[in-house]
Write a protein that binds this ligand. Structure first.
Ligand SMILES: Cc1ncc(COP(=O)(O)O)c(C=O)c1O
Length: 365
Protein backbone atom coordinates (compact mmCIF):
# COMPACT_ATOMS: atom_id res chain seq x y z
CA UNK A 1 0.00 0.00 0.00
CA UNK A 2 1.35 3.41 -1.03
CA UNK A 3 1.55 6.43 1.26
CA UNK A 4 -1.16 9.05 0.95
CA UNK A 5 1.01 12.12 0.47
CA UNK A 6 0.46 15.62 1.80
CA UNK A 7 1.06 17.04 -1.65
CA UNK A 8 2.01 15.86 -5.10
CA UNK A 9 2.31 17.85 -8.32
CA UNK A 10 0.32 16.78 -11.37
CA UNK A 11 2.34 17.15 -14.53
CA UNK A 12 1.27 16.20 -18.04
CA UNK A 13 4.62 14.81 -19.18
CA UNK A 14 3.64 14.51 -22.84
CA UNK A 15 2.54 18.12 -23.05
CA UNK A 16 5.62 19.40 -21.20
CA UNK A 17 7.90 17.43 -23.48
CA UNK A 18 6.16 18.88 -26.52
CA UNK A 19 6.72 22.46 -25.29
CA UNK A 20 10.23 21.71 -24.08
CA UNK A 21 11.24 20.17 -27.39
CA UNK A 22 10.22 23.35 -29.17
CA UNK A 23 12.29 25.44 -26.77
CA UNK A 24 15.34 23.20 -27.10
CA UNK A 25 15.08 23.16 -30.89
CA UNK A 26 15.04 26.97 -30.79
CA UNK A 27 18.22 26.69 -28.74
CA UNK A 28 16.98 29.22 -26.16
CA UNK A 29 16.48 27.67 -22.71
CA UNK A 30 17.01 31.01 -20.92
CA UNK A 31 14.24 33.54 -20.14
CA UNK A 32 12.64 34.38 -23.49
CA UNK A 33 9.51 33.92 -25.56
CA UNK A 34 8.04 30.99 -23.56
CA UNK A 35 8.51 33.00 -20.35
CA UNK A 36 6.73 35.96 -21.96
CA UNK A 37 3.83 33.67 -22.86
CA UNK A 38 3.73 32.27 -19.32
CA UNK A 39 3.63 35.83 -17.91
CA UNK A 40 0.88 36.76 -20.33
CA UNK A 41 -1.19 33.77 -19.25
CA UNK A 42 -0.71 34.59 -15.57
CA UNK A 43 -1.70 38.18 -16.22
CA UNK A 44 -4.90 36.90 -17.80
CA UNK A 45 -5.64 34.38 -15.03
CA UNK A 46 -5.08 36.80 -12.13
CA UNK A 47 -6.28 39.91 -13.95
CA UNK A 48 -3.11 41.71 -12.81
CA UNK A 49 -1.69 44.67 -14.66
CA UNK A 50 2.01 43.68 -14.59
CA UNK A 51 3.68 40.30 -14.00
CA UNK A 52 7.38 39.65 -13.39
CA UNK A 53 8.74 36.09 -13.24
CA UNK A 54 11.49 35.27 -10.79
CA UNK A 55 13.48 32.34 -9.42
CA UNK A 56 11.26 31.57 -6.38
CA UNK A 57 8.58 32.90 -4.07
CA UNK A 58 11.33 34.03 -1.71
CA UNK A 59 13.07 36.03 -4.43
CA UNK A 60 9.70 37.46 -5.47
CA UNK A 61 9.36 39.04 -2.00
CA UNK A 62 13.00 40.11 -2.08
CA UNK A 63 12.52 41.72 -5.51
CA UNK A 64 9.45 43.64 -4.33
CA UNK A 65 11.38 44.88 -1.26
CA UNK A 66 14.38 45.93 -3.35
CA UNK A 67 12.19 47.82 -5.76
CA UNK A 68 10.89 50.02 -2.92
CA UNK A 69 14.50 50.54 -1.94
CA UNK A 70 14.43 49.28 1.66
CA UNK A 71 17.41 50.37 3.76
CA UNK A 72 18.97 49.20 7.05
CA UNK A 73 16.77 51.36 9.25
CA UNK A 74 13.56 50.46 7.51
CA UNK A 75 11.28 48.09 9.39
CA UNK A 76 9.29 45.42 7.60
CA UNK A 77 6.47 43.69 9.47
CA UNK A 78 5.92 39.95 9.07
CA UNK A 79 3.52 37.61 10.93
CA UNK A 80 5.15 35.30 13.47
CA UNK A 81 3.62 32.20 11.90
CA UNK A 82 4.80 31.82 8.32
CA UNK A 83 7.30 29.84 6.32
CA UNK A 84 10.71 31.39 7.24
CA UNK A 85 11.12 32.47 3.59
CA UNK A 86 9.05 35.59 4.34
CA UNK A 87 11.44 36.67 7.09
CA UNK A 88 14.53 35.60 5.17
CA UNK A 89 13.54 37.75 2.20
CA UNK A 90 13.36 40.78 4.53
CA UNK A 91 16.82 40.07 5.95
CA UNK A 92 18.22 39.40 2.48
CA UNK A 93 16.93 42.81 1.34
CA UNK A 94 18.77 44.39 4.27
CA UNK A 95 15.76 45.66 6.24
CA UNK A 96 14.91 45.22 9.91
CA UNK A 97 12.52 42.34 10.57
CA UNK A 98 9.62 43.06 12.93
CA UNK A 99 7.47 40.10 13.95
CA UNK A 100 3.79 40.39 14.84
CA UNK A 101 1.50 37.85 16.51
CA UNK A 102 -1.26 36.11 14.61
CA UNK A 103 -5.01 35.73 14.93
CA UNK A 104 -5.75 32.20 16.21
CA UNK A 105 -9.08 32.10 14.36
CA UNK A 106 -7.60 32.32 10.86
CA UNK A 107 -3.81 32.08 11.42
CA UNK A 108 -3.32 35.45 9.69
CA UNK A 109 -1.58 38.53 11.03
CA UNK A 110 -3.32 39.93 14.10
CA UNK A 111 -4.68 43.37 13.26
CA UNK A 112 -4.43 44.83 16.79
CA UNK A 113 -0.85 43.62 17.20
CA UNK A 114 -0.03 44.99 13.76
CA UNK A 115 -1.32 48.45 14.68
CA UNK A 116 0.85 48.41 17.81
CA UNK A 117 4.01 47.42 15.95
CA UNK A 118 3.77 50.10 13.26
CA UNK A 119 6.38 52.82 13.87
CA UNK A 120 7.71 55.84 12.00
CA UNK A 121 10.30 53.48 10.49
CA UNK A 122 7.81 50.95 9.11
CA UNK A 123 8.37 50.78 5.37
CA UNK A 124 6.31 47.73 4.49
CA UNK A 125 3.97 45.08 5.85
CA UNK A 126 3.97 41.56 4.42
CA UNK A 127 0.68 39.83 5.18
CA UNK A 128 0.89 36.08 4.53
CA UNK A 129 -2.11 34.30 3.00
CA UNK A 130 -1.66 31.07 4.96
CA UNK A 131 -3.00 28.01 3.09
CA UNK A 132 -4.71 30.39 0.63
CA UNK A 133 -6.64 32.45 3.22
CA UNK A 134 -6.54 36.22 2.85
CA UNK A 135 -9.66 37.59 4.51
CA UNK A 136 -7.94 40.42 6.41
CA UNK A 137 -6.27 42.02 3.39
CA UNK A 138 -8.61 45.01 3.01
CA UNK A 139 -8.20 45.95 6.66
CA UNK A 140 -4.42 45.82 6.32
CA UNK A 141 -4.47 47.93 3.17
CA UNK A 142 -6.64 50.52 4.93
CA UNK A 143 -4.25 50.81 7.88
CA UNK A 144 -1.15 50.97 5.67
CA UNK A 145 -2.56 53.42 3.13
CA UNK A 146 -3.20 56.00 5.85
CA UNK A 147 0.42 55.74 6.95
CA UNK A 148 1.96 55.46 3.46
CA UNK A 149 3.29 52.00 4.23
CA UNK A 150 3.73 49.58 1.33
CA UNK A 151 1.87 46.27 1.37
CA UNK A 152 3.61 43.25 -0.14
CA UNK A 153 1.25 40.28 -0.16
CA UNK A 154 2.98 36.97 0.47
CA UNK A 155 0.57 35.05 -1.71
CA UNK A 156 2.95 32.10 -2.13
CA UNK A 157 0.11 29.79 -1.11
CA UNK A 158 -2.70 31.74 -2.72
CA UNK A 159 -2.32 31.46 -6.49
CA UNK A 160 -5.93 31.37 -7.71
CA UNK A 161 -7.44 32.31 -4.35
CA UNK A 162 -9.73 35.33 -4.12
CA UNK A 163 -10.96 37.76 -1.51
CA UNK A 164 -14.49 38.88 -2.34
CA UNK A 165 -14.08 37.71 -5.93
CA UNK A 166 -10.79 39.58 -6.59
CA UNK A 167 -7.62 37.52 -6.84
CA UNK A 168 -5.30 37.83 -3.86
CA UNK A 169 -2.02 39.42 -4.84
CA UNK A 170 -3.84 42.32 -6.52
CA UNK A 171 -4.74 44.18 -3.33
CA UNK A 172 -1.32 45.32 -2.16
CA UNK A 173 1.43 47.25 -3.93
CA UNK A 174 2.86 43.85 -4.82
CA UNK A 175 1.64 40.24 -4.77
CA UNK A 176 4.26 37.51 -4.57
CA UNK A 177 3.58 33.91 -5.62
CA UNK A 178 5.57 30.68 -5.45
CA UNK A 179 5.60 27.81 -7.93
CA UNK A 180 7.43 25.36 -5.67
CA UNK A 181 6.29 21.73 -6.05
CA UNK A 182 3.60 21.75 -3.35
CA UNK A 183 1.67 24.64 -4.96
CA UNK A 184 -1.36 24.53 -7.29
CA UNK A 185 1.00 24.76 -10.26
CA UNK A 186 4.74 24.20 -10.12
CA UNK A 187 7.70 25.14 -12.26
CA UNK A 188 10.09 23.12 -10.09
CA UNK A 189 11.16 26.29 -8.37
CA UNK A 190 10.04 29.74 -9.48
CA UNK A 191 7.72 32.59 -8.66
CA UNK A 192 6.13 35.80 -9.86
CA UNK A 193 5.48 39.28 -8.56
CA UNK A 194 2.36 41.09 -9.72
CA UNK A 195 1.89 44.82 -9.39
CA UNK A 196 -0.45 47.52 -10.61
CA UNK A 197 2.34 50.08 -10.91
CA UNK A 198 4.30 50.59 -14.12
CA UNK A 199 7.14 52.22 -12.17
CA UNK A 200 7.47 49.23 -9.83
CA UNK A 201 7.27 46.89 -12.79
CA UNK A 202 10.00 48.61 -14.76
CA UNK A 203 12.25 48.79 -11.73
CA UNK A 204 11.78 45.07 -10.98
CA UNK A 205 12.68 44.17 -14.58
CA UNK A 206 16.01 45.96 -14.16
CA UNK A 207 16.77 44.59 -10.68
CA UNK A 208 16.15 40.99 -11.71
CA UNK A 209 18.54 41.40 -14.65
CA UNK A 210 21.67 42.77 -12.93
CA UNK A 211 20.37 46.34 -13.02
CA UNK A 212 20.47 46.41 -16.80
CA UNK A 213 18.38 48.95 -18.72
CA UNK A 214 17.52 48.95 -22.38
CA UNK A 215 19.37 46.84 -24.89
CA UNK A 216 20.46 43.33 -23.83
CA UNK A 217 23.57 42.15 -25.64
CA UNK A 218 25.35 40.58 -22.69
CA UNK A 219 28.29 42.88 -23.37
CA UNK A 220 28.57 46.66 -23.29
CA UNK A 221 25.07 47.19 -21.89
CA UNK A 222 23.98 49.97 -19.56
CA UNK A 223 23.60 48.78 -15.95
CA UNK A 224 21.95 51.63 -14.11
CA UNK A 225 21.04 50.30 -10.64
CA UNK A 226 22.17 47.53 -8.27
CA UNK A 227 20.82 44.25 -9.50
CA UNK A 228 20.81 40.47 -9.22
CA UNK A 229 20.16 37.48 -11.42
CA UNK A 230 16.58 36.45 -10.67
CA UNK A 231 15.70 35.35 -14.18
CA UNK A 232 13.25 32.59 -14.97
CA UNK A 233 13.86 30.07 -17.77
CA UNK A 234 11.86 28.99 -20.79
CA UNK A 235 12.09 25.39 -19.55
CA UNK A 236 10.31 26.38 -16.35
CA UNK A 237 7.78 28.32 -18.41
CA UNK A 238 7.00 25.17 -20.43
CA UNK A 239 6.21 23.36 -17.21
CA UNK A 240 4.05 26.23 -15.96
CA UNK A 241 2.11 26.75 -19.20
CA UNK A 242 1.17 23.08 -19.41
CA UNK A 243 -0.34 23.23 -15.91
CA UNK A 244 -2.13 26.53 -16.46
CA UNK A 245 -4.05 24.75 -19.22
CA UNK A 246 -5.84 22.76 -16.50
CA UNK A 247 -6.05 25.55 -13.95
CA UNK A 248 -9.84 25.54 -13.51
CA UNK A 249 -9.83 21.78 -12.98
CA UNK A 250 -7.18 22.21 -10.29
CA UNK A 251 -9.25 24.88 -8.52
CA UNK A 252 -12.29 22.59 -8.61
CA UNK A 253 -10.32 19.68 -7.20
CA UNK A 254 -8.89 21.70 -4.29
CA UNK A 255 -12.38 22.90 -3.37
CA UNK A 256 -13.68 19.33 -3.55
CA UNK A 257 -10.90 18.07 -1.26
CA UNK A 258 -11.71 20.68 1.37
CA UNK A 259 -15.46 20.13 1.06
CA UNK A 260 -14.99 16.43 1.66
CA UNK A 261 -13.08 17.09 4.87
CA UNK A 262 -15.71 19.62 5.93
CA UNK A 263 -18.49 17.12 5.42
CA UNK A 264 -16.88 14.01 6.82
CA UNK A 265 -14.72 15.04 9.74
CA UNK A 266 -16.76 14.91 12.91
CA UNK A 267 -16.69 18.10 14.96
CA UNK A 268 -14.96 17.61 18.26
CA UNK A 269 -13.69 19.86 21.05
CA UNK A 270 -10.19 18.59 20.44
CA UNK A 271 -10.22 19.10 16.72
CA UNK A 272 -11.14 21.86 14.28
CA UNK A 273 -10.84 22.24 10.53
CA UNK A 274 -10.06 25.86 9.66
CA UNK A 275 -12.62 27.52 7.46
CA UNK A 276 -12.22 29.17 4.04
CA UNK A 277 -14.60 31.67 2.51
CA UNK A 278 -15.09 29.51 -0.59
CA UNK A 279 -18.31 31.31 -1.52
CA UNK A 280 -16.25 34.43 -2.17
CA UNK A 281 -13.56 32.52 -4.03
CA UNK A 282 -11.08 31.77 -1.23
CA UNK A 283 -9.23 28.67 -2.36
CA UNK A 284 -8.04 26.03 0.13
CA UNK A 285 -4.62 25.12 -1.21
CA UNK A 286 -4.08 23.01 1.89
CA UNK A 287 -6.68 22.01 4.50
CA UNK A 288 -5.33 22.98 7.91
CA UNK A 289 -6.50 21.80 11.32
CA UNK A 290 -6.25 22.73 14.97
CA UNK A 291 -5.88 19.57 17.01
CA UNK A 292 -4.97 18.53 20.52
CA UNK A 293 -2.52 15.62 20.82
CA UNK A 294 -1.24 16.71 17.43
CA UNK A 295 2.00 14.77 17.50
CA UNK A 296 0.18 11.61 18.52
CA UNK A 297 -2.35 12.11 15.74
CA UNK A 298 0.44 12.71 13.24
CA UNK A 299 2.22 9.48 14.27
CA UNK A 300 -1.05 7.53 14.34
CA UNK A 301 -1.82 8.58 10.76
CA UNK A 302 1.75 8.09 9.57
CA UNK A 303 1.79 4.53 10.87
CA UNK A 304 -1.26 3.97 8.68
CA UNK A 305 0.43 5.53 5.64
CA UNK A 306 -1.29 8.91 5.82
CA UNK A 307 1.33 11.63 5.64
CA UNK A 308 0.30 15.00 7.05
CA UNK A 309 2.47 18.08 7.38
CA UNK A 310 3.25 19.69 10.72
CA UNK A 311 2.84 23.46 10.84
CA UNK A 312 5.86 25.77 10.87
CA UNK A 313 7.24 26.65 14.27
CA UNK A 314 6.56 30.27 15.27
CA UNK A 315 9.46 32.34 13.97
CA UNK A 316 10.21 33.78 17.41
CA UNK A 317 11.12 30.28 18.64
CA UNK A 318 13.72 29.73 15.90
CA UNK A 319 17.37 30.65 16.35
CA UNK A 320 17.74 33.36 13.68
CA UNK A 321 14.66 35.32 14.88
CA UNK A 322 14.67 34.42 18.59
CA UNK A 323 12.37 36.62 20.71
CA UNK A 324 10.56 36.12 24.00
CA UNK A 325 7.12 34.50 23.80
CA UNK A 326 5.70 37.45 25.72
CA UNK A 327 4.59 39.29 22.60
CA UNK A 328 3.40 36.19 20.76
CA UNK A 329 0.79 34.69 23.05
CA UNK A 330 -1.48 33.43 20.27
CA UNK A 331 1.37 31.80 18.35
CA UNK A 332 2.52 30.18 21.56
CA UNK A 333 -0.95 28.86 22.41
CA UNK A 334 -1.05 27.13 19.03
CA UNK A 335 2.38 25.55 19.36
CA UNK A 336 2.21 21.81 18.54
CA UNK A 337 -1.49 22.07 17.73
CA UNK A 338 -1.52 22.84 14.01
CA UNK A 339 -1.21 20.50 11.07
CA UNK A 340 -2.07 20.24 7.39
CA UNK A 341 -4.05 17.26 6.13
CA UNK A 342 -3.17 15.62 2.83
CA UNK A 343 -4.27 18.11 0.18
CA UNK A 344 -2.68 16.67 -2.91
CA UNK A 345 -4.23 17.31 -6.32
CA UNK A 346 -3.88 13.55 -6.83
CA UNK A 347 -5.91 12.67 -3.72
CA UNK A 348 -8.66 10.12 -4.34
CA UNK A 349 -12.03 10.02 -2.59
CA UNK A 350 -11.20 6.62 -1.14
CA UNK A 351 -8.00 8.11 0.36
CA UNK A 352 -9.98 10.92 1.91
CA UNK A 353 -12.49 8.45 3.32
CA UNK A 354 -9.63 6.59 4.96
CA UNK A 355 -8.17 9.82 6.40
CA UNK A 356 -11.52 10.97 7.81
CA UNK A 357 -12.33 7.54 9.28
CA UNK A 358 -8.94 7.41 10.97
CA UNK A 359 -9.21 10.91 12.45
CA UNK A 360 -12.79 10.37 13.61
CA UNK A 361 -11.71 7.11 15.19
CA UNK A 362 -8.70 8.75 16.87
CA UNK A 363 -10.86 11.38 18.56
CA UNK A 364 -13.75 9.07 19.46
CA UNK A 365 -11.54 7.15 21.88
C1 LIG B 1 4.07 31.51 2.98
C2 LIG B 1 5.24 31.27 2.07
N1 LIG B 1 6.03 32.30 1.77
C3 LIG B 1 7.08 32.16 0.95
C4 LIG B 1 7.39 30.96 0.39
C5 LIG B 1 8.62 30.83 -0.44
O1 LIG B 1 8.42 30.36 -1.71
P1 LIG B 1 9.61 29.56 -2.46
O2 LIG B 1 9.76 28.25 -1.79
O3 LIG B 1 9.12 29.46 -3.86
O4 LIG B 1 10.82 30.40 -2.34
C6 LIG B 1 6.60 29.85 0.66
C7 LIG B 1 6.91 28.56 0.05
O5 LIG B 1 6.38 27.53 0.21
C8 LIG B 1 5.49 30.00 1.53
O6 LIG B 1 4.71 28.96 1.84
Amino acid sequence: MKNIEFSKPIINTKEVLRYTKKILLNNFPNEGEATKLFQKKIKKVLKSRYVVTTTSGTSAIFLALKSINVQNNDEVIVPNITFPATANAVRMAGAKLVLVDINPKNLLINIDSLKKKISKNTKAVIPVHVSGRGGNIKEIIKICKRKKIKVIEDAAEAFGSKHKKIFLGNFGDFGCFSFAPNKIITTGQGGVVVTGSKTNYQKMLKIKDQGRAGQITGGADKHVIDGFNLKFTNLQAALGISQLNTFNKRIKKLNEIHNYYKKNLIKNKKFKLFNFNQKHGELPLWSDIYCLDRNKLYDYLKKRKVICRLFWLPLNTLKPYKKSNKHFRNSHKLLNKLMWLPSSLALKTKDQKKICDLINNFYSK
